[in-house]
Design a protein around this ligand. Structure first.
Ligand SMILES: [Zn+2]
Length: 295
């Protein structure tokens, strides 16, 4: 318990009991910077916006009375708005819709933590990344059910981020990550009739906030499976869907600017093998984070 309280203060973010949590879409000005407010948050004592910095994508909690409404037009070229436009460009796809590349010369690594019966996680992947460079930038797409059944691994990952050995952007991969192996893709994952995208997204965000974790604007559809109406709903939630340029376990080859997809839950060791080989054969390959996305 003392450990967790320490972690919350360490992050400099403290959240009380959440009594109200709703999507909204509003550009605001706060302490000399433009933010996109995407949630209204009410805790026992106060109301605030949860907002992304338009240029750094960093999430921030902003007291309602301290935010000034910003003119939208001036922000059309911000990193956040540009990514939103790019990610939702038609045509709509059943599989792998959304952003697959950030452009430029760097590679971008994303690691999914879908629910898994495997104990532990890909320790050798984190070791590889930490050996390759300090604060290796990685987008970690987390599902709530994985967190629930991997408490130690989840805490270890947060620790790596806070110690600076990994530079993690937390990406929402839904709470439940519904999947039924006998169903066709058209009726599987979030397309299943039992599923509610908004509920899944907000439930995971609230869980993160309670633990002092702030989300990035990134979202990954479970199985990379979406639909036109799911994309529309996600857009209203203010999140950027990430596809994959190179799903390693499927033998796809990483290109510069592209988003690489690995599974960190021990479900796809082949992907880690192939990624390790890619690193060995491409010693000069550079991996980017938000700083590189801005260029
Ligand atoms: Zn998944």
């Amino acid at each position: 318990m003392r450990f967790w309280i320490g972690m919350l203060f360490w992050a400099g973010v403290c959240f009380g009991e959440i009594v109200r949590y709703e999507p909204l879409s509003l550009d605001v000005w706060y302490q000399g910077r433009f933010y996109h407010a995407f949630r209204l948050l009410e805790e026992s004592s106060a109301q605030s916006y949860l907002a992304f910095d338009h240029q750094t994508l960093q999430a921030q909690k902003i007291p309602l009375q301290e935010a000034k409404i910003a003119p939208g037009a001036a922000l059309e070229d911000s990193l956040y708005k540009k990514m939103m436009r790019e990610a939702y460009k038609p045509p709509r796809l059943l599989a792998n819709d959304g952003l697959k590349s950030f452009g430029g010369e760097s590679h971008y690594l994303s690691v999914d933590l879908c629910p898994s019966r495997h104990k532990g996680f890909e320790e050798r992947l984190w070791t590889l990344l930490e050996a390759r460079q300090k604060a290796f930038p990685v987008i970690v797409c987390v599902s709530g059910r994985w967190m629930d059944s991997h408490k130690e691994e989840w805490a270890a990952l947060i620790q790596k981020e806070r110690q600076g050995s990994l530079e993690i952007l937390w990406c929402n991969h839904t709470y439940d990550h519904f999947y039924e192996k006998n169903l066709p893709l058209e009726r599987n994952f979030l397309r299943h009739e039992s599923q509610n995208l908004s509920k899944e997204v907000l439930q995971l965000e609230k869980r993160w906030l309670k633990e002092g974790i702030l989300p990035s604007p990134f979202f990954r559809f479970p199985g990379l499976i979406s639909s036109p109406s799911l994309m529309q709903e996600l857009q209203k939630l203010g999140l950027i869907p990430l596809g994959a340029q190179a799903w390693m376990a499927k033998g796809e080859i990483p290109q510069k600017g592209g988003i690489i997809l690995l599974h960190g839950n021990l479900n796809e060791p082949l992907g880690i093998d192939l990624f390790e080989r890619f690193l060995e054969e491409n010693q000069g390959a550079h991996f980017g984070g938000v700083k590189e996305m801005q260029n």
